[in-house]
Design a protein around this ligand. Structure first.
Ligand code: IMP
Length: 427
């Protein structure tokens, strides 16, 4: 059986901590999409570790970790990440396997990402510039290089062919930065990547399912950044939703069990694009400061706003979320009131459906407000301790999404996660 764990917003929902918490129920943790654009923060013996491409199960003894075919790998950042993890005494060659079908991010992909954003000017996506978009473009354009290719004797020639195409494009885009250092680093890191365990991950995972092992598919980014269902074109280039795990791991839909959907108690977005419930005032600044809302991959300040139940309901629908997990609830402690976006007004009409294109249109978010609570959520040890007004927020979330909340995270600590099972807030 395979369970999924996904972000329901624009990424950065705090998925790393939840994977870490749930990991002991599984034998395998698998990544199925995205690449080094992701940043999953974990605290190992109080030391902060940010994982980008490697699944969050690597710090759990006895767990296997899989990088699936749907992931894109930059050998350079992958090697850096491996070094950081191995400094904690972990032998990745024993606990990590990589699909031979995963695509490689080349130095020229990163250059193309940068050139494309520069050319777009004010309309830029706000990409992490890790080469994600150009790599997926080459994948669907049937030009890409895959991890398995590094084991072929003609890898260098294949590389040169693709590089040539990219240099032509870069010339047309008037990009003339010297990337020779990136290329040297790339080839050194490809050597390191060759020493890892490169396999047919789809066979490995399906064998594991047959043996009754439990797999957790760990999503990266979030539903609103999905290439099909997100706020296109301000999205990433992969399917971040539950369906993505089937194509990104080679697992059939009937094996999918629970879908854990992660949402913050408020909302953030990093990069450009529509964000209907954004707060551009001092309240947004307070959320950013209290929630330490700065990108774990790029360090950019995140845009902050109130929770958006129109978008959340849509995300639950597309993903088939069975268990909701609300994170960073404690960040709302001390706010004068807490806003909840319950509908949008577009062209004078109120709607609770997420529109096809909210980029061009004027959209007004409608809010309900919940009064402040006097007790800190971070001090709560069970759902019975939770302030009544916070429970009202949870009730609204459950009512709008029609999904039960399984857990509430109320602090960065590993133990600050409250089970809501058997709660009285069922819709
Ligand atoms: P790309 O995936 O680097 O091309 O970036 C596309 C958009 O997705 C940009 O707005 C990024 O800021 C955003 N993005 C990509 N990865 C993440 C993530 O892991 N968390 C939050 N936003 C992300």
């Amino acid at each position: 059986m395979v369970d999924a764990l996904l972000g329901l917003q624009w990424g950065d929902e705090g998925k790393g901590k939840i994977v870490d918490f749930l990991a002991h129920d599984y034998q395998i943790i698998a990544r199925f999409q995205g690449g080094p654009n992701a940043g999953h923060t974990l605290y190992i013996k109080d030391k902060k570790v940010v994982l980008h491409t490697i699944p969050s199960g690597v710090f759990h003894p006895g767990l296997m970790n899989v990088i699936g075919n749907g992931v894109v790998i930059d050998p350079v950042s992958f090697e850096q990440e491996c070094n950081e993890i191995e400094a904690h005494g972990i032998d990745l060659k024993k606990v990590l396997v990589i699909s031979e079908r995963a695509h490689l991010i080349l130095p020229t992909h990163k250059a193309l990402d940068k050139a494309s954003e520069l050319n777009k000017g004010v309309n830029k996506i706000g990409s992490t510039l890790k080469g994600i978009g150009p790599t997926y473009m080459d994948k669907t354009g049937r030009n890409g290089l895959r991890v398995g290719d590094i084991l072929r004797p003609d890898f260098q020639q294949r590389y040169e062919v693709l590089r040539g195409k990219h240099l032509d494009l870069l010339g047309q885009m008037k990009f003339d930065e010297d990337i020779s250092e990136w290329e040297n680093a790339f080839f050194a890191s490809v050597e390191a990547l060759r020493k890892h365990t490169i396999i047919s991950a789809e066979y490995y995972l399906n064998d594991a399912i047959r043996q009754g092992k439990k797999i957790l598919a760990e999503g990266a980014q979030g539903t609103m950044l999905d290439i099909d269902f997100g706020t296109y074109p301000f999205v990433t280039s992969s399917n971040t939703v539950t369906a993505g795990l089937c194509t990104g791991l080679g697992i059939a839909p009937q094996h999918v069990g629970k879908v854990y959907g992660i949402s913050k108690a408020y909302c953030t977005r990093v990069g450009s694009g529509p964000f209907p419930s954004e707060l551009l005032d001092a309240t947004g600044d307070t959320l950013r400061a209290n929630g330490n809302e700065f990108g774990s991959t790029t360090g950019r300040p995140r845009r902050c706003g109130w929770i958006d139940l129109v978008a959340l309901r849509y995300a639950c629908l597309i993903n088939g979320v069975s268990d909701l997990i609300i994170t960073k609830s404690d960040v709302l402690d001390g706010m004068e009131q807490v806003g909840v976006c319950t509908s949008y007004v577009m062209d004078g009409k109120e709607t609770t459906q997420f529109p096809y294109d909210i980029n061009e249109k004027e959209i007004e978010a409608k809010f309900d407000y919940i009064p402040a609570w006097d007790k800190n959520l971070s001090d709560c040890e069970s759902k019975d301790d939770m302030p009544r007004n916070f429970m009202r927020l949870l009730e609204m979330i459950e009512k709008h999404t029609q999904v039960n909340i399984a857990y509430v995270s109320n602090g960065v600590g590993r133990d600050q996660l409250i089970s809501m099972k058997g709660n009285s807030t069922k819709p």
